[in-house]
Design a protein. Structure first.
Length: 419
């Protein structure tokens, strides 16, 4: 590999590391004769998958030159940093070379804005088009759609990429305009709408024509920066809930603010946003998507911030003692799912197992229920009393309070462990 290519790789991989919205592929594509690679539904990411596998992708920018001067971005035009740019052909060949060496399993491609949105999008499109058509690459590709890009370019990108994403970055319009004067939510939501419309049209087309090409089979995702501005958890999760009402939105990612431009007076003077806040947002996100919680149950006008000492499900349960006790042998699946210590899998097993007999504490433990948590909120024929009635909220909080975690010990997707 040429020294010039290695230098570009070092610069542009470093510039791309702050974008966290690249976890799971969510799609499967088998290798075809004469092709290279495949994509798997269990995910392409920089972290560990649910079954313990660590998978990788080339996470890189086409260029870190940028017209914009966003206060929170390391690649802002006013920063005196090393700049570099790949040609589309050069980056496509680099990706294939890395794949053949078994370094990576896919590509996550983003870019700074050069000239204008369409020009940047065209160059990024050439990279993934070359990978698919010239190199016959069948692996996972996640591409960032550029705010302000035309509908046609977004459509073309979706034919070659498994997932498209557009980062909102700042949750509210006023704060976005303050930190990124060249951006606005309208230009960001526009390509989001284009992706959604194309996905719906593609779904209809594929229902009529079996061999119609797929458009962005893994949907779209976005990223919100947490802590760079004064939005509450309530504001962030209300926006998240609205985004998930879009049928094409698969994931919202939360990135704790990292002060890379400490000289900018518009930014908060912080060393680092507590990673536990980022984790609590992922857990609340999990409740919205899989536990059928309403956002106002998790955060509301009386509780605008998430409790950092306990997960949001346990916090909700303590605030709503009237909902309990839950009779494990009689309650519905939806009711059981509300019990702290019982996850989606455990709730399904409970509903299935009790068809064959009444469940006791030993059976619940075998199923995987975390009885240390659940005991305060359930009853079964073996229990003599309902513990929540005899326990104060303060006692429960102290009994179940999670130990403090080191600043870097909380992974971006610890929300998977929420029960």
């Amino acid at each position: 590999m040429k020294d010039s290519t290695i230098k570009k790789l070092e610069i542009l991989a470093e510039s791309a590391k702050y974008d966290v919205s690249c976890a799971s592929s969510g799609t499967t594509r088998k290798n075809q004769q004469g092709g290279i690679g495949s994509a798997h539904g269990w995910g392409i990411c920089h972290t560990f998958t649910a079954d313990g596998r660590c998978v990788s992708l080339l996470k890189i920018m086409l260029t870190n030159f940028c017209l914009y001067d966003c206060a929170y971005c390391i690649n802002r035009r006013s920063n005196d940093i090393r700049r570099a740019a790949f040609s589309p052909k050069e980056l496509a060949e680099l990706t294939i070379e890395f794949y053949r060496r078994n370094y990576i399993e896919g590509l996550f491609l983003s870019s700074g804005i050069i000239k204008n949105a369409d020009h940047t999008m065209e160059r990024m499109l050439r990279v993934i088009k070359d990978l698919r058509t010239v190199h016959n690459f069948n692996g996972y590709i996640h591409m960032k759609a550029i705010p302000g890009a035309s509908r046609e370019l977004v459509y073309q990108a979706g034919l070659y990429a498994d997932r498209l994403s557009v980062n909102l970055e700042i949750p509210t319009e006023d704060n976005l305009k303050r930190l990124a004067p060249e951006k606005d939510h309208q230009s960001i939501f526009l390509p989001m709408r284009h992706i959604q419309q194309h996905l719906l049209e593609n779904k209809e087309e594929r229902s009529k024509f079996r061999h119609a090409p797929k458009f962005s089979a893994a949907g779209q995702s976005t990223q919100l920066i947490v802590g760079a501005t004064d939005e509450t958890d309530q504001q962030i999760l209300q926006l998240t809930a609205k985004l998930y009402k879009r049928p094409s939105m698969k994931r919202v990612y939360y990135s704790g603010f990292i002060p890379v431009n400490g000289y900018d007076k518009r930014l908060p003077v912080v060393k680092d946003v507590p990673r536990i806040r980022e984790n609590r947002l992922y857990q609340a996100d999990w409740l919205l998507r899989f536990y059928k919680f309403d956002v106002n149950e998790i955060v509301n006008d009386q509780h605008q911030t998430l409790d950092l000492d306990m997960d949001p499900k346990l916090s909700w349960a303590i605030r709503n003692p009237h909902y309990f006790p839950i009779d494990i042998n009689r309650a519905s699946y939806a009711q059981i799912l509300r019990v702290p210590g019982i996850g989606v899998r455990s709730a399904k097993l409970i509903v299935s197992a009790r068809q064959h007999g009444r469940l006791n504490l030993a059976a619940l433990k075998r199923i995987g229920v975390v009885l240390k948590r659940a005991q305060f909120f359930i009853i079964c024929h073996e229990m003599q009393s309902f513990k929540l009635q005899n326990s104060s909220p303060e006692y429960i909080r102290l009994s179940l309070k999670e130990p403090s975690l080191p600043i870097m010990a909380v992974p971006q997707q610890l929300s998977i462990g929420l029960e």
